[in-house]
Each structure stands twice: as structure tokens, then as C-alpha cells.
Design a protein around this ligand. Structure first.
Ligand code: HEM
Length: 226
């Protein structure tokens, strides 16, 4: 019986050649693993630094080390030379900010000495108050903030804002603890890194940064997330 040509390739490499090739392969593998570990460490360090910065800002905002003021005191500061306004039971001195306000000075003058909570939340994101927390000079005597401070990764407290299966009351064997953990981690990532830059880029019309693209890349395999 005729047999076909053998597929087996006979190696011409000697044992030392093979050993050399094997150690080259191991060295390449180790270098790649070291590079991946370095990239992961860099991403983790940035993530930690940004999370720490946000936590400090939120902590600073929730701490109430400022003065206690009455609505009457605020009402007296209603001129361009001393312009105070109230947002969510907190008092802001906008005197030096009037001309720097991106929405113009006219609107701020209209709310001089008054409670501008509704007008403010109709036009601004809550995070604006974090950015301008230096303007805060006090809190209203006997009053407490009503706005629920959002934290990265949290579910929305607004009724019906979240799908039913994410609410704590809903129990399903198909959506268990590990799914909740993954969901929270993804939201934390989006809330911390993606949303702030997306808002910024929406306003100036430019592309997202390469740093954000790098963060979105899968840290374990180095490929872009699908
Ligand atoms: C603590 C007080 C306030 C601060 C720190 C503040 C800050 C800002 C900032 C940073 C923006 C740029 C857009 C943004 O980042 O959201 C803005 C826009 C604007 N603000 Fe204020 N603001 C304050 C109070 C007010 C009040 C009381 C009004 C009264 C209606 C007002 C009316 C507007 C308007 C009309 C815009 C332009 C919105 C647009 O172009 O879409 N702001 N403000």
C-alpha cells in the first residue's frame, strides 16, 4: 500500500538552538507580562488618584464648617457690591463671580439676596457647585441640604429612573451578586472617567482624549473594549 508524504517536519535545530529559542520565548513572554503589569499599575494609579480627588471634593462639600446665616442676612446682600444667593440651603457670595459667570451677570443680579435653587437646578448640573465650592460662605440656620449627593457607581434615587431589576427589592437567580458588582464597577468607571470628559467635549466639540481611550482599553489584554 502506498503511503502519502509525511506531514511531519523534521527539525534541523540542535538542542542548544532549541534551548536558546525557548529562553528567548520565555524572555519575550516575561517582558510582555511586565509591560502589561506596568500599564495596569499606571491605570490603577490614575483611577485611585481621581477617585481620591472626587472623594475629597465630596467630603469638603458635605462638611459644614461654614457660617450659619439667616435668610434675612442673605436678603440684605442684594447689590452688585455684595451679592449673595441661596442654592439648596447654602449661601454663595457671587460678588466677585458676577462678571465671570458663563450665563452672564444679568441673571445673577435678578437673584441677588434670594433663593435661586429652582433656577439653578433648571440650568446647571449639580457638579457645578463642587467646582465653585469656594464661593460658598455659609449654610442657612436650622436648614439642611435636600439634594442627595450622588456618588460614582450609585443607583439613581429618582423614582423609576432605574430599570426594575436593579432595584434592591427585585430578586432574581439570573441577576445575582456578581452581576451587581460588575454593574457597579462599570458605572463607577463611567461616572468617574467617561461622563465628566463627555460633558466637557460635548461643550467644546473636540474629540475625547487619548488618556480616556487608554483607560477604556481592556487592562488585562490590551485590546479596546468591545
Ligand atoms: C452658585 C451660583 C452659580 C454658579 C456657580 C453658576 C455657574 C455657572 C456655570 C459654570 C455655567 C456654565 C455652564 C455649566 O457648566 O453648567 C453657568 C451657566 C449659566 N447659568 Fe449659572 N451659576 C450660578 C447661578 C446661576 C443662577 C442663579 C442663574 C439664574 C437663572 C444662572 C443662570 C445661568 C445661565 C442662564 C447659564 C447659561 C446656560 C446655557 O448656556 O445653557 N446661574 N452657570
Amino acid at each position: 500500500m502506498q503511503t502519502g508524504p509525511s506531514n511531519k517536519t523534521i527539525s534541523t535545530r540542535t538542542k542548544p538552538d532549541r534551548e536558546q529559542a525557548s529562553s528567548r520565548f520565555k524572555a519575550r513572554k516575561a517582558a510582555k507580562a511586565a509591560q502589561v503589569a506596568k500599564e495596569i499599575a499606571e491605570i490603577e494609579a490614575t483611577k485611585e488618584a481621581e477617585a481620591a480627588k472626587l472623594a475629597i471634593m465630596a467630603e469638603k462639600d458635605s462638611q459644614d464648617t461654614t457660617k450659619r446665616l439667616t435668610r434675612e442676612e442673605v436678603a440684605k446682600n442684594n447689590t452688585e457690591d455684595s451679592l449673595w444667593t441661596i442654592v439648596d440651603h447654602k449661601v454663595y457670595d457671587l460678588t466677585d463671580f458676577i462678571d465671570a459667570h458663563p450665563g452672564g451677570n444679568v441673571v445673577l443680579k435678578q437673584f441677588a439676596g434670594q433663593d435661586a435653587t429652582t433656577a439653578f437646578y433648571n440650568l446647571h448640573r449639580h457638579e457645578v457647585l463642587h467646582k465653585y465650592s469656594d464661593l460658598r460662605i455659609g449654610t442657612l440656620e436650622g436648614e439642611k441640604s435636600e439634594v442627595i449627593e450622588p456618588h460614582a457607581g450609585d443607583l439613581s434615587q429618582v423614582p423609576y429612573a432605574e430599570p426594575l431589576w436593579l432595584t434592591p427589592a427585585f430578586k432574581s437567580p439570573y441577576y445575582n451578586e456578581s452581576h451587581h458588582k460588575l454593574r457597579k464597577a462599570m458605572r463607577e468607571f463611567v461616572d468617574t472617567h467617561v461622563s465628566p470628559e463627555a460633558h466637557e467635549k460635548e461643550l467644546d466639540g473636540t474629540y475625547i482624549s487619548q488618556e480616556l481611550v487608554a483607560k477604556i482599553r481592556c487592562s488585562s489584554c490590551g485590546r479596546a473594549r468591545p
